[in-house]
Ligand binder design. Structure first.
Ligand SMILES: Nc1ncnc2c1ncn2[C@@H]1O[C@H](COP(=O)(O)OP(=O)(O)OP(=O)(O)O)[C@@H](O)[C@H]1O
Length: 309
């Protein structure tokens, strides 16, 4: 189990700046999949780096099982064998092949096993055709996949992923995500994923931690946070949000009807695939709802709320 106990961290200890993270406290069970979300600059990467032991904490402690994770003040070499961290910058060796990068820390005593292991990992990250390719010739997305495979090579107990699919194109993202996350679950590897992308979360995360103003403002399952978002910030992670009479209403919970008290004037329609997102003026403020077709500007619409599914 990972225990993060009341940690506080400031990059510049001498400054009077507010801490980047303030009394952060949570636990993660073995094999659990946690998503860390929050606006840009909310401290997601910093939290992963602290868990990895890259910096010294100002206050608090971090434990993996009974082992305390310590920063550079106490450790000559950053990091532990049981934990891997895949940063946004991948830190690969450019002049050797994909195969050599992934197998770098695997034993050479059993060359057949090593080859099989590398092959297995290349399948997980869907990079089978690039075994002998030199890393420097790969695209950003391909490098990101090599970094993922390398982190998995020695089967860590816990893996920290910072925006793991940010460089992968949309054509491959879905299937790669399924493959990597299924692999982590199957091997019971605990994972913490910092992300902006709700597709990385929904369907995969057991729990979401939401960071805001240096604190954790929510720590719950995606289902629970979707059904009962306490703040627009949390709700907006799941989709377009309106606040009507202090109640959070998703755009997909509003539909047009023949008449209602909620009268709005259409401003703009956005094509979204199987629906249009309509932006309308409601009492001088913007309201957004979903509609099967585009609606012409200045048209009057009446909206009603449908229950959250
Ligand atoms: N090495 C550093 N030195 C000083 N300040 C830093 C350093 N790294 C990050 N920060 C600051 O700490 C805060 C949190 O940054 P962090 O990268 O953890 O946020 P994030 O939530 O991961 O952001 P993003 O979603 O944009 O990646 C930001 O205000 C950032 O400017």
């Amino acid at each position: 189990m990972l225990k993060v106990e009341n940690i506080t961290f400031t990059y510049n200890v001498k400054s009077t700046d507010a801490p980047v993270l303030n009394t952060i406290d949570f636990t993660v069970n073995k094999g659990e999949h946690i998503s860390i979300i929050g606006e840009s600059g909310s401290g997601k990467s910093t939290l992963l780096k602290l868990i990895y032991g890259e910096y010294d904490l100002n206050e608090g402690q971090i434990f993996w099982k009974d082992k305390e994770i310590l920063g550079p003040k106490y450790n000559l070499v950053v990091g532990y064998d049981f934990m891997k961290y895949v940063a946004q910058e991948f830190d690969l060796m450019p002049f050797i092949t994909v195969e050599e990068n992934i197998g770098k820390h695997l034993s050479n005593f059993f060359p057949e096993e090593k080859k099989e292991r590398v092959q297995e990992l290349l399948t997980v990250v869907e990079l089978q055709d690039f075994v002998k390719t030199k890393v420097k010739t790969l695209s950003g997305g391909q490098k990101q996949r090599v970094a993922l495979a390398r982190a998995l090579a020695k089967q860590p107990e816990i893996i920290l992923l910072d925006e793991p699919f940010s460089h992968i194109d949309n054509f491959q993202k879905q299937s790669l995500r399924r493959s990597v996350f299924a692999y982590l679950k199957e091997k019971n590897i605990t994972c913490l994923v910092a992300t902006h992308d709700r597709e990385d979360v929904l369907g995969y995360a057991d729990r979401m931690l939401v960071l805001h103003d240096s604190k954790i403002i929510a720590n719950n399952s995606p289902q629970e946070l979707y059904r009962h978002p306490e703040l627009p910030l949390i709700a907006s992670f799941f989709g377009e949000v309106n606040v009507l009479d202090n109640v959070i209403v998703f755009a997909h919970q509003l539909k047009s009807t023949d008449s209602s008290d909620l009268k709005a004037i259409v401003l703009r329609s956005y094509f979204k695939g199987h629906y249009y997102l309509i932006e309308a003026d409601y009492q001088g403020a913007i309201i957004r709802f979903e509609h099967p077709t585009a609606l012409e500007k200045n048209r009057e619409v009446f909206l009603e709320e449908i229950k959250r599914q």
